[in-house]
Design a protein around this ligand. Structure first.
Ligand code: G6P
Length: 765
């Protein structure tokens, strides 16, 4: 704390404490002094009255000698200065020796003869000190006043005691003031000054770029908001510096990589002020009631992983289903909430579905119908008319919400996401022809024969063709889509342009391989995650091993998890030297658990892991650890960064962002990616060890190859893959998507007539 502040604080404290203590001391001493005076007055009155009773008969009888004896008896009594007795004419009858002299000069100390007889009880200040006098008249039997008796007490002791009391009180005031001031200043110094100094030192180090660890700062009570804000400020500063350094580095290398900043500027110039909207079924942040209050989590979803950085960069609005049990408690009256909760950067508009809607739309049509329809994983799609009706109704519900959000926006730009919303592009374009609409299909598009088994393929295709731009991960998916349209709908397909013309509207069809935020260098990684301890991680899981393999998936039949486990089993059969040396950790986030096929899969995965473990495990080792719960990104990073290899064995996958996240996290250039050739990511990550997940022998050999790969080769492969992930990051994906969308020509006049396809009007009724 600065000296001047300490000085000002101490002066103010000293004055305040001293004034208050002195006032208390004053009143206390005054009360004590008055008490002493009152005691003396009472005591003197009682004594004088008893003396009057003894003196009256003696004065009446003129027994002056006895009277003097009576007076003399009180000669040496403590504090009694003396007694004076007069007759009615004012002649002294008896006096304590020496007293007359003291009182002579003060004739008003006793009753004057002839004066009206009035009792006296008072203190008088004399030159020799304060004296107290009680004067009482003496009466004869017939009640005539025959004289007067005055009793004098020395009251100087009261003054002395008052002075002593004052001295004590004053000393007390000084000690109290010093103590209070000292304790307060020390408390401030330790409780406020030290943390503030630590905070300042840390901020100084951060500013200087030394990246010192955050100090142990108080985060309770009054400090909590300050500490929270300072931490946020520091993390924004670190992020901004990392981004700037990365940009500078790339500029230096002559590369022009996509970053959040570049995307923001790009979107602003391309959209010319139009606002960006995203729509998906899965929301990016889910609020739920937990024992400690409401908690916020990020669901496991490749789509969320990819879209989140874009919305952050462009401050748009994301419309999604509210699925958390505390979601309704966290939105405003328009069902909106700003996210991310720690550092709000864009708006999330939640749409509420009834149980029946969720069952029919999400579990039924989208995930028991379209999902297995598009993934060649040999799970049969189920199509039910009720599910289809809910699918249409929910698409309309999302359309209403989106139209509401876009109401006051001119030429909005909309990025619709995935197979849940095949009908949405048409619904939006019908109401807002000025909107530029893109839909990105995050899953594969199968060949026309496979897609043709869907009873509502024409409606789905027509809904999609409402979009100005239809995106897929791979060129092969675009080709399949065009072939499907060609077979199912009346339309004109321009193969050179990859465009479909229908009802006077053109839809471009393009590949945009989705990605993650990028593979930045170490400086951008959160410090606490940079050197995770493999031993510590495995210890927590209760296993000992020298090598670690990792798999991260939603528990979905397209991911090939049982196939992966069987490959691990085969690996231990073929390469027994690795028993008790390698443990494979499978993080499996439960997914779509109301669907029977997913329940069966979960049982199968658990049983396979148990069976294989039973075969090989020892007291402190097992081949497979299956972590059957949702893990945060931060938790997963620790495994990515310590694993010797990552196994991605999808039977069929649009892209698979786990593969790219693993690469992005390995700035140590270690770790081997084993990747299914049926995952879209395999088209870009040619340096992964490629596998066919149906080929158990090959997968087992690939694990051995990964473990025994020369460090130099491992480095080279990882380095090349990192360049790809860094260059082809999600900002580039969004930039290219938006660029292509801006090249389309939407109608300028809102409300232009549009013919809603008959199939949709029929089923909508
Ligand atoms: C895939 C889909 C996404 C979906 C995600 C998680 O990545 O393409 O649309 O969000 O899986 O599935 P869920 O059903 O939990 O949203």
């Amino acid at each position: 704390m600065p000296i001047s502040l300490t000085y000002r604080l101490s002066t103010a404290l000293i004055s305040a404490v001293a004034v208050v203590s002195l006032a208390f001391a004053f009143f206390q001493t005054r009360a004590d002094t008055l008490g002493l005076r009152r005691d003396l007055e009472d005591h003197a009155q009682v004594l004088a009255e008893s003396l009057v009773r003894s003196a009256e008969p003696l004065v009446a009888r003129h027994a002056n000698r006895e009277l003097r004896r009576l007076v003399d008896r009180f000669k040496d009594r403590e504090q009694i200065a003396g007694i004076l007795v007069y007759d009615a004419s004012g002649t002294p009858l008896a006096t304590t020796p020496g007293l007359a002299r003291r009182v002579e000069q003060n004739p008003d100390l006793f009753l004057q003869p002839g004066a009206e007889v009035k009792p006296v009880n008072k203190f008088v200040k004399l030159a020799s000190g304060t004296i107290h006098v009680v004067s009482l008249p003496l009466h004869a039997d017939d009640d005539m006043v025959i004289g007067d008796l005055s009793l004098f007490h020395d009251a100087a002791y009261i003054d002395l005691q008052a002075a002593a009391m004052w001295r004590r009180a004053f000393t007390g005031v000084i000690i109290q003031t010093i103590l209070i001031v000292a304790v307060t200043l020390l408390t401030l110094r330790w409780g406020v000054g030290r943390p503030l100094r630590r905070m300042a030192d840390w901020l100084h180090h951060l500013r200087m770029g030394s990246g010192a660890n955050p100090p142990n700062m108080p985060d309770q009570g009054e400090f909590e908001p300050l500490t929270r804000e300072v931490r946020r400020l520091a993390s924004s500063l670190t992020e901004a510096r990392a981004a700037a350094e990365n940009e500078a580095r790339l500029r230096d290398l002559g590369e022009s990589s996509w970053s959040p900043e570049r995307l923001r500027v790009f979107v602003q110039t391309r959209l010319g002020g139009s606002r960006l909207f995203a729509v998906s079924n899965r929301e990016p942040y889910e609020h739920s009631h937990q024992t400690g209050g409401i908690e916020c989590s990020v669901p496991a979803s490749g789509l969320v992983t990819a879209m989140e950085p874009i919305l952050r960069a462009c401050d748009g609005t994301w419309v999604a289903q509210g699925t958390g049990d505390a979601d309704r408690d966290t939105v405003d009256e328009f069902d909106r909430v700003r996210v991310p909760p720690d550092h709000p950067q864009y708006s999330l508009r939640r749409v509420w579905l009834t149980e029946e809607e969720e069952q029919g739309f999400y579990f039924g049509f989208a995930n028991e119908g379209v999902w297995p329809l598009c993934h060649i994983a040999h799970t049969r799609p189920l199509f039910r008319i009720e599910d289809w009706e809910y699918y249409q109704a929910v698409n309309r519900k999302f359309a209403d919400a989106l139209l509401e959000e876009m109401e006051f926006e001119d030429s909005p730009v909309v990025l619709m996401q995935d197979y849940h919303f095949a009908l949405l592009p048409r619904l939006i374009k019908a109401a807002r022809p000025d909107a530029r609409v893109a839909i990105f299909w995050h899953i594969p598009w199968p060949n026309p024969e496979a897609f043709g088994i869907c009873p509502w393929q024409s409606e789905l295709l027509d809904g999609l063709l409402g979009a100005d731009l239809i995106g897929f991960h791979l060129q092969a998916h675009c080709n399949n889509f065009l072939d499907t349209v060609g077979r199912a709908l009346e339309s004109r397909i321009e193969r050179e342009d990859f465009a479909v013309h229908r009802n006077g509207h053109a839809s471009l069809v393009r590949p945009f391989p989705i990605s993650v935020a990028g593979a930045f260098e170490e400086l951008s990684a959160p410090r606490e995650l940079t050197h995770p301890e493999r031993g510590g991680l495995l210890d927590k899981l209760g296993v000992r091993a020298s090598f670690l393999g990792i798999g991260v998936d939603r528990v979905d039949y397209t991911k090939g998890i049982p196939e992966r486990f069987r490959a691990i089993e085969r690996f231990f059969e073929k390469y027994p030297a690795y028993r008790q040396e390698l443990t494979f950790v499978q993080i499996g986030s439960p997914s779509r658990t109301q669907i029977r096929r997913y329940q069966e899969l979960m049982d199968e995965v658990v049983q396979e892991a148990e069976r294989i473990n039973y075969r090989f495990q020892t007291r402190d080792w097992k081949p497979i650890v299956f972590l059957n719960r949702h893990h945060s990104h931060k938790e997963i990073l620790q495994y990515y960064r310590t694993a010797d290899f990552c196994l991605v064995t999808s039977l069929h996958d649009g892209m698979n962002l786990v593969a790219k996240e693993f690469v992005a996290s390995r700035y140590d250039l270690q770790g081997v990616l084993i990747l299914s050739r049926f995952a879209g990511a395999s088209h870009e990550l040619g340096d992964a060890v490629s596998v066919n997940p149906y080929d158990t022998e090959q997968m087992a050999d690939s694990i051995c190859q990964a473990l025994e790969m020369r460090p130099e080769e491992r480095r080279m492969r990882m380095q090349r893959m990192r360049v790809t992930v860094r260059e082809h990051n999600v900002y580039r994906w969004a930039g290219r998507l938006i660029e292509a969308l801006c090249e389309t020509r939407p109608a300028k006049v809102p409300g232009a007539p549009y013919l809603v396809p008959t199939a949709m009007t029929r089923s909508a009724s």
